[in-house]
Design a protein around this ligand. Structure first.
Ligand SMILES: *[C@@H]1O[C@H](CO)[C@@H](O)[C@H](O)[C@H]1NC(C)=O
Ligand SMILES: *[C@@H]1O[C@H](CO)[C@@H](O)[C@H](O)[C@H]1NC(C)=O
Length: 245
């Protein structure tokens, strides 16, 4: 006796719905593991499993407590990759400190300047643009309900101040153009001005920004040369428009 056509249809329905779910355009961006996007809360220990060691698991990293799936960047984040030390943890500080050894791989931003904190926030923006957000790491930046902590709000406020200061510095510095500079084997380092004369000046907002003093080379017109704070390069003529360093 042949199978009733109804049985055939009953068998086909689950097959079609499986194929539909698997290949439907609505599902293309769903990761292949049961993290409901931006819902999942991770503990440090859970996140540590996704460190790229087990090839069957996705690779995850956290920055400022936001967790991203970086599996598509496996060559960087996987075992042996140059960024593998970011996998399976929140090493927010290392994104700007470049210190990947031991305690350098920490989520704490304590003592960083506002521009460095801005730098970390920029990195988080990069991951938002480039990779898939899959959840939050419970700890310094998100509480056990997945809400942002005071610490995270403080970090974001500090980054906003850093951005403002950088903007102000840019506006200030645009008033006096920077010197051109080049380096060559024969001549070493040189700075020069198309118009005006090279002088070393303290960058105006640098101390507030980084806690450090730094100077830049700027081009001043003849009439501006007698103001305080302008330094002639050592060994350079007062009215030379090129100085060897
Ligand atoms: C890295 O992940 C593997 C497998 O997922 C796990 O067994 C191991 O403990 C993790 N390493 C660390 C340092 O957490
Ligand atoms: C990296 O951080 C650790 C811990 O804070 C510190 O002991 C070490 O000196 C740092 N290394 C560099 C190169 O800054």
């Amino acid at each position: 006796m042949g199978r009733s056509p109804l049985v055939g249809i009953a068998l086909l329905v689950p097959i079609f719905s499986f194929l539909f779910l698997k290949f439907s355009p609505f599902n293309l961006h769903l990761p292949l593991y049961p993290f409901s996007a931006s819902q999942k809360l991770f503990t440090k220990q859970q996140l540590a499993l996704y460190n790229g060691t087990d090839a069957a698991l996705p690779i995850l990293l956290a920055i400022l407590g936001s967790v991203f799936d970086v599996t598509k960047g496996k060559s960087h984040y996987g075992l042996g990759g140059g960024y593998n030390h970011f996998a399976g943890r929140d090493a927010s500080r290392a994104f700007v400190s470049g210190n990947f050894s031991g305690d350098g791989l920490t989520e704490s931003l304590r003592g960083l300047s506002s521009t460095e904190v801005k730098g970390v926030v920029d990195w988080r923006d990069f991951y938002v643009r480039t990779y898939i957000p899959v959840g939050k790491l419970v700890g310094l930046y998100y509480d056990s309900k997945g809400n942002p902590t005071k610490y995270l709000k403080g970090v974001e406020a500090k980054a906003a101040r850093g951005a403002q200061l950088m903007e102000k510095q840019k506006v200030e510095e645009a008033k006096v153009p920077s010197c051109n500079s080049r380096w060559s084997q024969e001549d070493g380092s040189e700075v020069w001005c198309e118009i005006g004369y090279p002088r070393l000046v303290q960058r105006p907002i640098e101390i507030a920004l980084t806690g450090k003093m730094s100077k830049r080379c700027a081009c001043f017109n003849k009439a501006e040369l007698d103001q305080p704070g302008l330094e002639v390069y050592e060994g350079c003529e007062y009215f030379s428009n090129l100085c060897r360093l």
